[in-house]
Design a protein around this ligand. Structure first.
Ligand code: KG4
Ligand code: ZN
Length: 359
């Protein structure tokens, strides 16, 4: 292969606008030439959550500037781009439209293909940007909008084996942080507060923990945290540290048990394969969670992979990379492709939110 393919990626599905340029190095290696991220955290801090209209407006105000910045940082001219990829779902419709329209316009101006990327595929492949990881592997995706175990059988062949029945894990972090009066996004704040707290101080529930499946439920845990806060008169720093630490410990216990169940499922399908686990998405930035997984890996001789911290939270490098993998396989899209606010990674997966699932 003489020509190394170059893909420009755009991410705008939630509260991060990002543009990245990724270049192929060899058949199984690539480099991130630029990855510019404009976070909207400051805009959403006051409301303690993302307001879709404000998010979309902010994406539309910065997208062209970020495209120029990403090109100049990468020292790449528009004429050197081989395809333009954008997150086309799942996510907030207004934001998706901004990214998809920008990508389609750019692609048609330079006469190169447009590629619609599933945001979850971006997270699923994100660890492969830095590590050589063979298929199949077990993915735990934990972000602000999604929590699922999916077996990545191969590229574009995904089997979801577990999901959350209510809140996503990032959402549970954000909402628990909010009742404690901590800043948005709550995950990093809880992690910071937990460092100084006593994780054994409070016992919080672990919903559906004894069900031998790979599903999660976090809303009862979130409510228990809210009740503890409501019932406590003096909410000093020590109290907040202890609640944060106890909440985070409860999450780690839940993840440990449910990961064991997921590994059993993986082994049923791939009995002769060394287990590889990838943990991705914003919550995978949590150092205590990372430690729990590395311990599981060490004890059982499993491979454990996490993306670097800057690739855990939303970024366009993972979108450009997923685009590169699609371009290699000639999986490009027509300019009539419409953004999909709901777009499961595994098309066969049943929508389980709000459903009761028995063991
Ligand atoms: O993947 P992401 O950037 O956006 C979505 O696709 O949702 O994930 C954002 C989520 C937020 O809920 C945030 O609180 C959480 O990831 N998060 C963390 C940490 N850093 C970000 N949760 C726990 N610990 C962290 N260090
Ligand atoms: Zn995400």
């Amino acid at each position: 292969m003489n020509q190394k393919r170059v893909v420009l990626g755009i991410e705008s599905s939630c509260d991060e606008t990002s543009v990245s340029i990724v270049r192929e190095k060899s058949a199984s290696d690539q480099e991130i030439l630029s990855n510019i991220v404009n976070s909207q955290i400051k805009l959403h801090e006051k409301s303690g959550g993302v307001i879709p209209e404000i998010a979309a407006r902010s994406h539309s105000m910065v997208i062209d500037k970020l495209i120029s910045e990403a090109l100049s940082k990468a020292k790449i001219k528009l004429s050197q781009i081989d395809a333009v990829a954008a997150t086309a779902g799942p996510g907030l419709l207004g934001g998706l439209i901004v990214g998809v329209v920008a990508a389609k316009t750019l692609a048609s101006v330079i006469g190169k293909p447009f590629i619609a990327i599933n945001h979850l595929e971006g997270h699923a492949l994100s660890a492969k940007l830095e590590h050589e990881i063979e298929y199949p592997y077990l993915l735990l995706l934990v972000s602000g909008g999604h929590t699922e175990f999916t077996i990545i059988n191969n590229f574009n062949n995904y089997s979801r084996i577990g999901t959350t029945l209510d809140d996503a894990l990032g959402e549970a972090f954000d909402k628990s942080a909010r009742v404690l009066g901590l800043k948005y996004p709550g995950g990093p704040e809880i992690e910071k507060y937990a460092l100084q707290g006593d994780e054994e101080k409070y016992i919080f529930p672990k919903p559906i923990i004894s069900q031998k499946n790979c599903h999660f439920s976090f809303s009862g845990l979130k409510t228990a945290v809210a009740q503890k806060v409501a019932m406590t008169k003096i909410k000093n720093k020590k109290f907040k540290y202890d609640v944060a630490a106890s909440f985070q410990k409860t999450i780690c216990d839940i993840l440990e048990v449910k990961t064991k169940n997921a590994i059993n499922e993986f082994k049923k399908i791939y009995p002769n394969k060394k287990v590889s686990i990838v943990v991705a998405g914003g919550v995978a930035a949590n150092k205590k969670i990372r430690k729990i997984f590395f311990n599981i890996g060490e004890k059982n001789n499993y491979n454990i992979f996490f993306p670097s911290l800057y690739l855990c939270t939303d970024n366009a490098a993972m979108i450009a990379y997923a685009g590169l993998e699609r371009l290699k396989r000639k999986k490009t899209n027509s300019l009539t492709f419409k953004p999909k606010p709901r777009w499961p990674l595994d098309k066969k997966a049943i929508f389980l939110k709000g459903k009761r699932v028995d063991a």
